[in-house]
Design a protein around this ligand. Structure first.
Ligand SMILES: *[C@@H]1O[C@H](CO)[C@@H](O)[C@H](O)[C@H]1NC(C)=O
Ligand SMILES: *[C@@H]1O[C@H](CO)[C@@H](O)[C@H](O)[C@H]1NC(C)=O
Ligand SMILES: [Mn+2]
Length: 448
C-alpha cells in the first residue's frame, strides 16, 4: 500500500529530525527549506543499513551526479562502488590460507586466551629437569588451612595468573620513580633473563604440616636450578611465590634462607608488607589448645625469627594498622627483630620517603620481601583479614619502585582471596599481579 506524499512528509518531519531517510522508505523527501525534491537514486545495501545516518541531501546529490556520470555503479548485491577503481571491498578481499596452513594459529597472541600462566611466561615443570637454567621462577602455593578469618586464598595463584593476563612484554611509562632510574621504561620480561612459570606446588588441604612440607620441597627443588649466563649476580634461581595464606611464607623464607644467606649468617633482611605484624607469640594466637594450631598466618614470622631467618634490626613491617591484642605484642615484635612503618606513616613520610627508609634498614643484605595483599585498603581487594585505612595501588607501586637496588633474593604475595563465585575477584587478582610485576622489576634491575 502506498501513502500519499502529504502523509509521508508529516512522517518524515517527525522521524528524521531534518535528515533524509533512504529511498527504501521514501520516494519523496523534505529539505530544510521545505521544498520537496525527488530522491531519485537507487537504493543501496549500505543505504538500507546506514542511510539515515549519512544521506543528507548533498550526499544524495553527489551520489546522483556520480551515478549519472558513470563514476559510480551498483554491483549485484546492491553495494555502490566506483567504476574505474577496485572497490574498498575488492581491495580488502581476504585470501584465506590453505586449509593445511596453521602458521597464524600455532602461537596464541590474544591476551585473553590461551592456557593461563603468569604474564604469559612459558610454563615449565621445575621440580624435575633440574639441569634447566632459570633466572626467576614463578610458583603457586594454593593453601589456606592456616587462616584465622576468611578462607579462599587457596584460589589465589589462579586468581593472580588471571589478573596478570594484560602483563606482557610492553613498556610501562610509569615504571621507576625518575628518569635516572634503571627501572625507567625497563621491559622487565624481555631483558635476556629467563623467567618461567613453574605452576603450583600441589598442597594437600587436609593436613597443614604435610602441605607445608610439600611446599618446602617444591621451593627447594626450584632453588637447585642454576641461572643463565645472563644472570651476573645470582647463581641460583630466585623464586616468586603466589599464595596462599601467609603461613606459606615460612617455607618460602626457609628455602630462600638456605639458598641465599650471607657469610655472616645473620638471616635475611625481611621486608614485610602487611596490615598485621604476624609475629604474634603462638601462646596468644592460635596456640595453647594444640601444638598443631600454633603455626598459622599470624605467627609465621615468630617462627621465622626463632629459626634465625630474620636479620635483627634490618627487617621491617610496612603498612601496619591492625590492632595489637596487648602491649606485649609490640614488645615481642621488637624481640623478633622488626621495625615498623604504619599505614599512616605513609602520609608523613610520603611513598618515596617510605621506600628510602626501607632501603636504609635493609642495606646491602640479601632481602626477602613478603607482601600480604591486605596492605591495600579494604575497599580495593578481597583477602583473609581485611583492614580499613590501607594503601592504594599507586602508593604501593611508588614505594616498591623506590626499592630499586636492594638485593632481592626471593619474594611472595599472599592472602590473595579469589574463590569461585565471589565479588571483586578480577580486581583482587589484577592488583596482586601488579605487585608481582613490580617485584619482578626489582629482581631484574638488580642484574643491570
Ligand atoms: C641472554 O640474552 C640475550 C639477549 O636478550 C639472548 O639472546 C640470549 O639467549 C640470552 N642467553 C641466555 C643463556 O638466556
Ligand atoms: C639492634 O639494635 C639495638 C639498638 O640499636 C642494639 O642494642 C641491638 O644489639 C641490636 N641487635 C642486633 C642483633 O644487632
Ligand atoms: Mn599477613
Amino acid at each position: 500500500m502506498k501513502f500519499q506524499a502529504s502523509v509521508l512528509l508529516l512522517l518524515v518531519a517527525n522521524l528524521t529530525n531534518g535528515h533524509i531517510l533512504p529511498q527504501q522508505y521514501l520516494e519523496l523527501v523534505e529539505t530544510p527549506d521545505n521544498t520537496v525534491i525527488e530522491a531519485n537514486i537507487p537504493n543501496s545495501l549500505m543505504d538500507t543499513v546506514f542511510g539515515d545516518l549519512i544521506n543528507t541531501e548533498s550526499v544524495i546529490q553527489t551520489k546522483s551526479d556520480k551515478l549519472a556520470s558513470g563514476e559510480l555503479s551498483y554491483d549485484e548485491v546492491g553495494t555502490l562502488k566506483t567504476t574505474n577503481y577496485h572497490s574498498y571491498y575488492e581491495s580488502k578481499k581476504i585470501n584465506f590460507p590453505d586449509k593445511d596452513d596453521v602458521s597464524d594459529i600455532v602461537s596464541d597472541t590474544n591476551l585473553y586466551s590461551g592456557i593461563v600462566s603468569f604474564a604469559h611466561l612459558p610454563i615449565k615443570q621445575c621440580f624435575e629437569n633440574l639441569d634447566e637454567e632459570i633466572d626467576i621462577a614463578i610458583v603457586g602455593a594454593p593453601f589456606d588451612s592456616g587462616v584465622s578469618y576468611t578462607p579462599g586464598t587457596r584460589f589465589g595463584p589462579n586468581g593472580i595468573r588471571q589478573g596478570s593476563r594484560r602483563l606482557f612484554g610492553g613498556i610501562s611509562p610509569i615504571r621507576g620513580n625518575s628518569k635516572d632510574s634503571k627501572l625507567y621504561r625497563l621491559p622487565i620480561y624481555n631483558t635476556g633473563l629467563k623467567l618461567v612459570d613453574c605452576g603450583d606446588v600441589p598442597m594437600i588441604p587436609f593436613d597443614a604440616r604435610v602441605a607445608l612440607d610439600q611446599l618446602y620441597r617444591g621451593q627447594h627443588a626450584i632453588h637447585k636450578h642454576k641461572t643463565s649466563s645472563n644472570s651476573t649476580n645470582f647463581d641460583r634461581t630466585r623464586v616468586v611465590t603466589l599464595g596462599g595464606d601467609h603461613t606459606v611464607s615460612l617455607m618460602n623464607i626457609k628455602s630462600a634462607y638456605e639458598t641465599f644467606k650471607n657469610s655472616n649468617d645473620d638471616g635475611l633482611a625481611i621486608i614485610h608488607f602487611d596490615s598485621h605484624i604476624d609475629t604474634w607469640d603462638p601462646k596468644v594466637l592460635g596456640g595453647g589448645i594444640t601444638e598443631y594450631a600454633s603455626l598459622n598466618h599470624g605467627t609465621f614470622l615468630h617462627y621465622a625469627a626463632e629459626a634465625g631467618y630474620v636479620s635483627h634490626n634490618h627487617s621491617v613491617h610496612v603498612g601496619i594498622r591492625a590492632p595489637y591484642i596487648s602491649d606485649y605484642d609490640e614488645k615481642h615484635d621488637k624481640e623478633c627483630g622488626f621495625q615498623t612503618i604504619t599505614s599512616k606513616d605513609v602520609d608523613t613520610l610520603t611513598p618515596r620517603g617510605v621506600g628510602r627508609k626501607i632501603k636504609e634498614i635493609v642495606g646491602d643484605r640479601p632481602v626477602y620481601l613478603t607482601f600480604d595483599l591486605d596492605t591495600f585498603d579494604a575497599g580495593m581487594i578481597n583477602s583473609g583479614t581485611l583492614e580499613a585505612g590501607g594503601l592504594n595501588s599507586r602508593e604501593i607501586m611508588t614505594i616498591l619502585d623506590e626499592l630499586e637496588g636492594i638485593k632481592l633474593v626471593g619474594c611472595d604475595i599472599v592472602e590473595v582471596s579469589t574463590p569461585p563465585n565471589s565479588i571483586g575477584n578480577d580486581i583482587t587478582g589484577l592488583l596482586a599481579a601488579q605487585v608481582i610485576d613490580e617485584l619482578i622489576g626489582l629482581m631484574v634491575v638488580s642484574e643491570l
